[in-house]
Design a protein around this ligand. Structure first.
Ligand SMILES: *[C@@H]1O[C@H](CO)[C@@H](O)[C@H](O)[C@H]1NC(C)=O
Ligand SMILES: *[C@@H]1O[C@H](CO)[C@@H](O)[C@H](O)[C@H]1NC(C)=O
Ligand SMILES: *[C@@H]1O[C@H](CO)[C@@H](O)[C@H](O)[C@H]1NC(C)=O
Ligand SMILES: *[C@@H]1O[C@H](CO)[C@@H](O)[C@H](O)[C@H]1NC(C)=O
Ligand SMILES: *[C@@H]1O[C@H](CO)[C@@H](O)[C@H](O)[C@H]1NC(C)=O
Ligand SMILES: *[C@@H]1O[C@H](CO)[C@@H](O)[C@H](O)[C@H]1NC(C)=O
Ligand SMILES: *[C@@H]1O[C@H](CO)[C@@H](O)[C@H](O)[C@H]1NC(C)=O
Ligand SMILES: *[C@@H]1O[C@H](CO)[C@@H](O)[C@H](O)[C@H]1NC(C)=O
Ligand SMILES: *[C@@H]1O[C@H](CO)[C@@H](O)[C@H](O)[C@H]1NC(C)=O
Length: 599
């Protein structure tokens, strides 16, 4: 992994990056040698799944239940959608797509697709497929739909096929990218603590240099082991989405993408404005920043999100927030003390499942990860911090505990269902311009970013070191306006990206969700759910300027009388809310899978 920011080698004029957008070829493909390191904010989803141990029930669904007679490996790839039952109640297929849309020479890739089938009484009621992307990049859309498809249908309507697909490069799609020959090799190079966590660049004086050096090894492994990675790009996945849509017999895309999925949705709408049926982008990354490989501004609201925890704790009071102090300044001081303590003296923890250290990087990651799903994670975080302050590090450790690696030595690639790490790097790097920043330049980048956010030590790690180009960023003639959703205190996709995107696609509307948390799933809101439903069913957009509130409570009352009142208020919205919560849980879970299934 490496670090911050990009080289300024791209050409932007009038907001347009000039490249060969529609040919499927990219300028620098033929020169790629080193896959530079990248990673994105959204990869952080791969941390959060572990936080399920903080008390969220997860037993109601399982991505592991494949169905006894189903295997991706044995499912032949076809040119049409030939469905086969899978995952108890789902249907799966593998679709041929050209790796290179401008030439058949490169051969085919295959896209793994799973759907939660529409429940309709007659054909005329059918409303077509809604494609999903859960972010990452590199998170499996198949796993996502299997975990959350029923809940999504509850929100959007049962007349749609709810469709998850693994973007090319990811999981069950081929070619699958891997820097490693086996899971064991991956585990040895990327032990849990570094795969799942951002090593804090403030952990030690040489952290940036260390991460930069590691990135160089990874880049060379990637280049040596992935002949086809140049086709694993977002614009090609947008083309694949059109293929999938057409294979359904549908002309225009219907789509809901969160986090990195917003880049995919915006890219599609810019490339194929006349194929936009319904496109929702939610937790929006500034597309221009993404393609120019400079994600600095993505942390501009991170401190706001931290403040939501601190201020929320003060407001919740000592009964509901275990890390309470009478003022925000005092809570911040308590946090600073904890940071300093574990930095100078990391705490060893041995549980009945694993062992490890609660040090500075660990603590930073636990707090950063909680910002994704504040309604589920703030209250338990407060309890775990309070225990740590009392000298008991185990609860905090357990909240992100990872099972020791166990070799599934018979497993052969491809069809590896846990390559989200490499897929994220590869997709983000797209055309693989070699990285040449010096350690000094990366240090300078980190220092610049640190002026914008106190969490630059986490974010600065994930540098998009390549400069895949696309453009234009937006379109004036989309065949249907986009619904763009942004949260007011999203720590990794600040609302400026949503505003910019809504402006870039004429007619599109920004729906503001007044909450901390990442994407609308980070702050479930029946208000947002109702707008989503209307948009997909009827094409209707909220009035410009519409602001929704979340339904949850950050620090739920530790008072059964108060709970009873809240419970009654929520009764009518309960179904939607439960669905929203299920989607949030699924998102936290699917990114990491195996490594996080413990506990
Ligand atoms: C590649 O996919 C195309 C359809 O996109 C199909 O016609 C062709 O047969 C496939 N080739 C192979 C080798 O599977
Ligand atoms: C939309 O505009 C782009 C360029 O501005 C053009 O290439 C495309 O044909 C237009 N599409 C429609 C449906 O008007
Ligand atoms: C990256 O973006 C930040 C903020 O958006 C900007 O201040 C900085 O100059 C950019 N860096 C480069 C190298 O373009
Ligand atoms: C809530 O109340 C219970 C019992 O009254 C107590 O054990 C628990 O610590 C309280 N939680 C918080 C966050 O104060
Ligand atoms: C690094 O950590 C120390 C405390 O351990 C803190 O005082 C300092 O502000 C941090 N620096 C950055 C850039 O985050
Ligand atoms: C480990 O201990 C926890 C409680 O401390 C318990 O709930 C869990 O079942 C135990 N796990 C194993 C694998 O023994
Ligand atoms: C659907 O949208 C039209 C206008 O586009 C509006 O008149 C109608 O009331 C909407 N129906 C529903 C069910 O929202
Ligand atoms: C109140 O509800 C929250 C969840 O909304 C729960 O965590 C908490 O334990 C409940 N408190 C009491 C005292 O029932
Ligand atoms: C519990 O909540 C009820 C209703 O909000 C409130 O009247 C009561 O004072 C609360 N009790 C405590 C001990 O906080």
């Amino acid at each position: 992994m490496s670090s911050p920011i990009l080289r300024g080698s791209l050409e932007v004029s009038n907001g347009v990056l000039h490249t060969s957008l529609n040919t499927g070829r990219r300028n620098k493909h033929e020169t790629s040698q080193t896959i530079p390191f990248l990673l994105l904010a959204m990869v952080l989803y791969s941390i959060s799944p572990k936080l399920i141990v903080l008390g969220v029930a997860i037993s109601s669904f399982s991505t592991q239940a494949l169905g006894s007679d189903f295997s991706w490996k044995q499912l032949a790839a076809t040119n049409e959608l030939k469905w086969k039952s899978c995952y108890n109640g789902f249907q799966c297929t593998r679709l041929n797509v050209p790796l290179d849309y401008s030439s058949s020479k490169a051969g085919n890739g295959t896209i793994a697709i799973a759907r939660y089938p529409a429940k309709i009484t007659s054909k005329s009621k059918y409303r077509g497929p809604i494609l999903l992307n859960p972010g990452g990049p590199g998170v499996s859309g198949v796993d996502y739909v299997v975990s959350a498809g029923a809940a999504i249908a509850t929100i959007l309507g049962e007349e749609f096929d709810i469709v998850g697909f693994d973007p090319r490069g990811v999981s069950y799609s081929t070619p699958m990218v891997s820097f490693f020959k086996t899971d064991a090799e991956r585990a040895l190079w990327t032990p849990a603590a570094t795969v799942m966590m951002y090593p804090s660049l403030n952990e030690s004086a040489d952290a940036v240099a260390q991460q930069t050096a590691r990135a160089q090894i990874q880049g060379q492994l990637a280049a040596a082991r992935n002949g086809n990675f140049k086709y694993i790009t977002t614009d090609n996945t947008a083309r694949d989405m059109l293929r999938i849509t057409e294979a359904f017999g549908w002309e225009k895309l219907q789509y809901w993408g969160v986090s990195y999925g917003s880049v995919l949705g915006s890219t599609f709408a810019a490339m194929f404005p006349d194929k936009v049926g319904r496109v929702v982008v939610d937790g929006v990354i500034d597309m221009e920043a993404w393609y120019s490989a400079n994600l600095t501004a993505e942390v501009m609201d991170t401190d706001k999100a931290v403040a939501a925890f601190v201020d929320g704790c003060v407001a919740a009071g000592p009964k509901n927030c275990a890390f309470y102090a009478p003022s925000s300044a005092e809570i911040n001081a308590k946090l600073d003390t904890l940071y300093a303590t574990v930095k100078s003296q990391p705490v060893p923890v041995i549980t009945n499942t694993s062992y490890g250290l609660v040090g500075y990087t660990f603590l930073r990651n636990v707090i950063f990860a909680a910002l994704y799903s504040p309604y589920d994670l703030f209250a338990p975080l407060a309890q775990n911090l309070a225990a740590l302050a009392d000298g008991n590090a185990e609860p905090l450790y357990r909240s992100m505990e990872v099972a020791p690696f166990e070799c599934d030595c018979d497993k052969k690639l491809p069809f590896n269902n846990d390559n989200s790490y490499e897929a994220a790097v590869t997709i983000g790097c797209g055309d693989g311009t070699p990285e040449t920043d010096s350690v000094e330049e990366l240090q300078a980048f980190y220092a610049r970013q640190a002026k914008l956010s106190s969490f630059a030590d986490m974010w600065g790690n994930w540098r998009v070191v390549c400069s895949p180009l696309q453009g234009p960023f937006g379109a004036t003639n989309v065949s249907h306006p986009l619904l763009v959703i942004g949260n007011t205190a999203d720590h990794v996709t600040p609302i400026y990206g949503a505003k910019k995107t809504a402006d870039a696609f004429s007619g599109s509307v920004l729906l503001t969700l007044d909450t901390v948390g990442h994407t609308s799933n980070g702050g479930p809101s029946s208000c947002v759910h109702n707008y989503l439903r209307q948009y997909f069913r009827n094409g209707t957009l909220p009035a410009p300027g519409t602001v929704c509130k979340p339904d949850g409570v950050l620090f739920p009352s530790n008072n059964s009388t108060a709970n009873a009142t809240v419970g009654r208020e929520l009764d009518s919205r309960a179904e939607l809310l439960n669905a929203g919560r299920t989607i949030g849980e699924a998102l936290r879970r699917v990114a990491g899978r195996k490594t996080h299934t413990l506990l």
